[in-house]
Design a protein around this ligand. Structure first.
Ligand SMILES: Cc1ncc(COP(=O)(O)O)c(C=O)c1O
Length: 398
């Protein structure tokens, strides 16, 4: 087998299982998992109806490029959402089976092994950026996201010598686990650096539709390009998904959009990879991208949960007011995220994820996730609120 597989780090949930091994939580309390970022709200029903209505199309092979109608629905959605005037559905859009596989596959397709190949990523980060880099034979460059820089990477702290070896920069906006949103100025600066040092900016925007202030939708990388008049989106790609937007994580549907000169070779790679989206799923996706009412209702449900949980936890923990995503990223009193996680589970049967499991030691040798935990507010409101009450009770008892 490929020896690079040994370079893959244990997944955060494996580490969590090891941390909790042997701990006996109180049986009288039902388990409340605030760990996995899987939406628990109702999936968008009309999309599921389309899926059923097109079942018979399972009898046909789908094409890698997807149906023209799907690419058009995506282009229409992205153009409206990010104020784009000329996104070409045929050359600048590609449907994918969720952002996870697309992020992984894109790194395999894009890294050039004949040159030093570093891939920059936020730290803490979504594990796939790192795993994809290691398996593609690249070297991760971790860009710390700390409170003193708004939980965003300080891109101007990276030296020109380092940038010279970077081939891809991952942005995660809104961020998992921090909820921080990349402002348009940061995107613009990254585009300047991409031109200067010839790298690709890959912006994972899979949480972009879960924002808390209805009047403040997070900006995107293509929007930054459009405002610069960069209509070929040169060196830029975005990754979007229906998983969080429409509560359809099992549909495995998303898209990649941007620079046609990156999309064409990526499509070619995918033709060999054999990962075209089945036709019923494509029809369900068209239905989902064409509707915004269910997305507004979804945001509303998250907003209510964030308000309730913030009120319960603010007196006992400090956390950045999240702008978007469905995560809270509090600092743990006492500063030890592993002890906090284990003791909370032992006493209150609530699971959270230690921040250090999602990050690596940063430039100053310390782990930027240590001392924080990630709470995923994905469950229905009662369970989430009950989880928050138990965390507060646990902290007040200490
Ligand atoms: C930051 C980030 N990117 C991508 C994904 C993958 O989502 P999907 O493959 O369902 O689109 C996730 C899932 O949790 C995530 O947190």
């Amino acid at each position: 087998m490929n020896p690079d597989l040994d370079a893959l780090m244990p997944y955060p949930f494996e580490k969590l299982a090891a941390l909790k091994a042997g701990v006996m939580p109180p049986e009288a309390l039902a388990h409340i998992p605030l760990t996995i970022g899987e939406p628990q709200h109702e999936p968008y029903a009309a999309a599921l109806e389309s899926l059923h209505a097109h079942q018979h199309e399972m009898a046909r092979y789908p094409a890698t490029a997807g149906l023209p109608a799907l690419r058009q629905a995506i282009a229409t959605w992205a153009s409206r959402r990010f104020s784009l005037t000329d996104l070409d559905p045929d050359t600048q859009v590609l449907p994918v089976n969720g952002t996870r596989e697309a992020i992984f596959a894109f790194v395999q397709a894009a890294l050039d092994h004949t040159h030093p190949a570093r891939v920059a990523m936020p730290n803490p980060f979504y594990q796939i950026y790192e795993g994809a880099t290691l398996l593609a034979g690249g070297e991760p460059l971790y860009l710390d996201c700390r409170a003193d820089h708004g939980f965003r990477p300080d891109i101007d702290a990276v030296s020109p010598d380092t940038w010279r070896n970077v081939q891809i920069v991952f942005v995660c906006s809104p961020g998992n686990p921090t909820g921080a949103v990349t402002p348009i100025e940061d995107f613009t600066r990254l585009i300047e650096l991409a031109d200067e040092f010839d790298f690709i900016v890959a912006s994972d925007e899979c949480y972009s539709e879960l924002y808390l202030d209805e009047t403040m939708s997070p900006p995107g990388l293509l929007e930054a390009c459009a405002s610069l008049g960069r209509h070929d989106y040169r060196r830029c790609l975005v990754f979007h998904s229906l998983s969080k937007r429409s509560n359809l994580p099992g549909l495995r549907s998303g898209f990649v959009a941007g620079d046609a000169s990156l999309i064409a070779p990526f499509k070619r790679y995918r033709t060999y990879h054999g990962c075209a989206m089945s036709l019923p799923l494509q029809h369900a996706s068209i239905t989902a991208w064409q509707d915004e009412a269910h997305v507004r209702a979804n945001r509303d449900a998250y907003r209510k949960k964030f308000a309730a949980v913030t009120e319960i936890l603010a007196p006992v923990m400090t956390f950045p007011t999240p702008e978007a995503s469905f995560y809270l990223w509090p600092a743990v009193p006492g500063g030890d995220d592993e002890t906090f996680t284990r003791d909370l589970y032992a006493q209150e049967h609530v699971s959270v994820l230690p921040g250090r499991y999602m990050s690596r030691d940063g430039t100053d040798g310390s782990n930027p996730g240590a001392g924080r935990v990630r709470l995923a507010l994905v469950a229905e409101v009662e369970a989430t609120v009950e989880g928050a009450h138990r965390i507060r009770r646990f902290l007040e008892r200490r």
